[in-house]
Every structure is written in structure tokens, then in C-alpha cells.
Design a protein around this ligand. Structure first.
Ligand SMILES: Nc1ncnc2c1ncn2[C@@H]1O[C@H](COP(=O)(O)OP(=O)(O)OP(=O)(O)O)[C@@H](O)[C@H]1O
Ligand code: SF4
Ligand SMILES: [Mg+2]
Length: 356
């Protein structure tokens, strides 16, 4: 066994029953809250931005989920908390059989080598003074792969996986010498280089030209299938989820308001906000590039003092006054792993009640 494969074995090759825990989940998020404290004004406490407020989420090995919602609903805050860049304010996150809420240095290092991270802006994600080979060798060096030949071998392998061939044409290029799509491939290669078990992709195509968006989504899909990766795909655009997400979580103002298998959510949309989001989607296919992305009418609410009851009520045409604006709707069960938090479905069984 080579030094590199030994390292990965150490990190990732625990038998899957152990990794997945008793119920098969590699990631379980329960009642997660992520609040950011606002700067104090004089002696007064200025309050908190409730970026994520009571989110539950479960993910199995090899499963792909999408988190969808408009700008500012807390998608990136959630993702950064899974990576423990943010610290949870409440609730628990269990990853790979371990509660990660309070991990410290070595624990965080272990966590981050098991999670690959693809962000929105590839150029901003790549150090401009490093060439592709240096960028990709860096995580291997940090994780103790001392043999240079071994590192270069893995760099070449991962560049082939992201279809940057012939590899020799790219190894010595700097980020500014690459197109946006090629830069994002390098970011994806870096996310894959330590053989993660989970890939988190935060709006991975929203800053790319329409012509390369589908290619990048297909690449992510292919990598997911080849490596049986769990993937969390974060987007404001419901139309792109059909490229690879099996299950969708719709977020509004820091909360999950509907979740369902992909086709169920698209064909049997329940929540008025999900309806609006669906009506406003674009298509990443270049043929449909002129279709643009609108957002539902009205402004997203303040997350410092969010509306009482259902947070969508100030924008909802179906509001039942005295109920929707007063009491937070529980999660109602619609069957087929489809749930919704909306009072329109109050005749359905309750899966979960919330504090107001
Ligand atoms: N470090 C921080 N300090 C204070 N507020 C923050 C911080 N990070 C995020 N926020 C706030 O939390 C809320 C959610 O932001 P977040 O970036 O998670 O949303 P998003 O869904 O990813 O939006 P976008 O689609 O624009 O990327 C916003 O009101 C944002 O201003
Ligand atoms: S709970 Fe009421 S206000 Fe909220 S989405 Fe449903 S109908 Fe609209
Ligand atoms: Mg974001």
C-alpha cells in the first residue's frame, strides 16, 4: 500500500456499518440554530441574526440532497456550520458517528478532510500566486503525504477525474490563465483530492457562464456516482436540482419549510413559497439562457426580528389571519417522505411541532 492510500485508509476506510451508524446516516442535523450576534450599540444589546433556526436534516452515504432558497435564507450559514467554520448556537450535528458541535483543532482537521467543499466563486477560492499543481498538492502536504512522487501521482489522477486533460497542459497554469469553468474544475479537484465521503457544493455554477453550467453539474454527478459520495447541493435555483439531487429541502428565512423527493417536490409542490420559487426558476441549459431568475414577490424578512407565526405570511396570498401570523405551522406529513410546514395542510398528521 502506498503512503497516500495508507493515509486515506486511516481516514476513510472504516467499515461502512461503523461510518453510517445504526440507522445508515452519515450526517444527522437536529434542531440546528446558527445565530450571529450583531455589534452592540453603546450598552444596548443589538440582537442576533437568526441565520439558521431549527433545521433538521439527514443524509446517507451516496445520497444527494439539494438545499434551495432565495438569497439570505441561510444556506451558506448552514453549510459553513456543517464544515464547522461556524459554531452552532443550538441543536446538534452528528457526522460520521461523532457529534461535531465542539470539535477542536485535530478534530476539525479530521472533519474537513472527510468533507470536500466547492464554493460559488472559483477565482476567489484559488490562491492567484499558486499554479494548479501547487494548489492541489497543498491539502496532501497538510495531511502528511510526504512523498512528492506520491503527491504528483494523486494530483494527476484527480485532474483526470475532473476531465482536465491532457494533464500536462494544466499543471503549471495559474488561476488567471484558466477559464471560469476550468477554475471550478480545479476547485472540484481540490475538494476531491483527499477522497471525501461528503461533498458540499455551495452555488457551484451560479457564477459561471451558462454554456458551462451543465457540464460542471454533470461532472459533479459523475464524481458522485463514481465515488458513491454523499452530496449537499446548495442553490437558489430549483431548475438545476434535477441534474442530480434525489431529495430537496426548501429553506425560507432560516427554516426548512418543505422537503420531499425531487420529482414529488416538483410535481406535487405544497408550500406557497415553493410554488413561487418553482415559477421563478431558470434553466441552466444554454438553449434557455434568456429565461432568468426572478424571486417571489416581496422582500425576504429580517432575520433579526423575523415575522411571528409562519415567516412567509407577509408575502403569502393564502394567509389565514389569526393563525398564520400568530402560530408557527408544525411539519405536516404528506406521505412519500414529503413534509410541509404550512397551515393549509392542517388536516394532515403532524410530524413535528415547533416552539413559536
Ligand atoms: N458572519 C456573519 N455575521 C453576521 N451575519 C451573517 C454572517 N453570515 C451570514 N450572516 C447573515 O445571515 C443571513 C443568512 O446568510 P447566508 O449567507 O447564510 O444566506 P444564503 O442563503 O447563503 O444567501 P445567498 O444566496 O445570498 O448566498 C443573512 O442575513 C446574512 O447577512
Ligand atoms: S402557513 Fe399560512 S401564511 Fe404560511 S405559507 Fe401556509 S398559508 Fe401561507
Ligand atoms: Mg450563500
Amino acid at each position: 500500500m502506498t503512503e497516500y492510500t495508507e493515509k486515506l485508509t486511516e481516514v476513510n476506510a472504516v467499515p461502512s456499518e461503523t461510518i453510517d451508524g445504526d440507522d445508515g446516516f452519515i450526517l444527522e442535523i437536529d434542531g440546528l440554530k446558527v445565530y450571529f450576534e450583531l455589534r452592540k450599540r453603546g450598552f444596548q444589546h443589538a440582537g442576533f441574526v437568526q441565520a439558521v433556526d431549527g433545521v433538521d436534516l439527514k443524509l446517507r452515504r451516496g445520497e444527494t440532497i439539494a438545499i434551495v432558497g432565495e438569497s439570505g435564507c441561510g444556506k451558506t450559514s448552514l453549510m459553513k456550520t456543517i464544515l464547522r467554520i461556524n459554531t452552532p448556537t443550538g441543536g446538534t450535528i452528528t457526522f460520521d458517528g461523532e457529534v461535531i458541535n465542539n470539535l477542536k483543532s485535530q478534530g476539525l482537521k479530521n472533519l474537513r478532510r472527510k468533507i470536500g467543499f466547492v464554493q460559488q466563486d472559483p477565482y476567489g477560492a484559488l490562491a492567484p500566486f499558486m499554479d494548479v499543481q501547487t494548489i492541489l498538492e497543498e491539502p496532501l502536504k497538510i495531511n502528511g503525504v510526504k512523498d512528492r512522487k506520491e503527491r504528483v501521482k494523486r494530483v494527476r489522477q484527480v485532474l483526470e477525474e475532473v476531465r482536465m486533460t491532457p494533464v500536462d497542459d494544466f499543471l503549471r497554469k495559474f488561476p488567471h490563465q484558466l477559464s471560469g469553468g476550468q477554475q471550478q474544475r480545479v476547485v472540484i479537484a481540490r475538494a476531491m483530492i483527499l477522497n471525501p465521503i461528503l461533498l458540499v457544493a455551495d452555488e457551484p455554477v451560479s457564477m459561471l457562464d451558462a454554456s458551462v453550467r451543465v457540464e460542471i453539474l454533470k461532472l459533479l454527478r459523475a464524481l458522485q456516482e463514481e465515488h458513491n459520495l454523499a452530496v449537499i447541493y446548495i442553490t437558489h435555483d430549483l431548475a438545476t436540482v434535477r441534474y442530480f439531487s434525489e431529495y430537496i429541502y426548501v429553506m425560507y428565512a432560516g427554516q426548512v419549510i418543505e422537503k420531499a423527493p425531487e420529482s414529488q417536490l416538483i410535481n406535487e409542490t405544497a408550500h406557497p413559497y415553493s410554488h413561487a420559487l418553482l415559477a421563478a426558476t431558470s434553466d441552466p441549459d444554454p438553449k434557455n439562457v434568456d429565461e432568468f431568475q426572478k424571486v417571489p414577490a416581496g422582500e425576504p424578512p429580517s432575520l433579526v426580528s423575523p415575522p411571528a407565526g409562519c415567516r412567509f405570511h407577509p408575502r403569502c396570498e393564502l394567509i389565514e389571519k389569526g393563525l398564520c401570523d400568530v402560530k408557527r405551522p408544525p411539519e405536516f406529513d404528506l406521505g412519500n417522505r414529503h413534509t410541509v410546514s404550512c397551515w393549509l395542510f392542517k388536516d394532515r398528521p403532524i410530524v413535528r411541532e415547533f416552539e413559536n
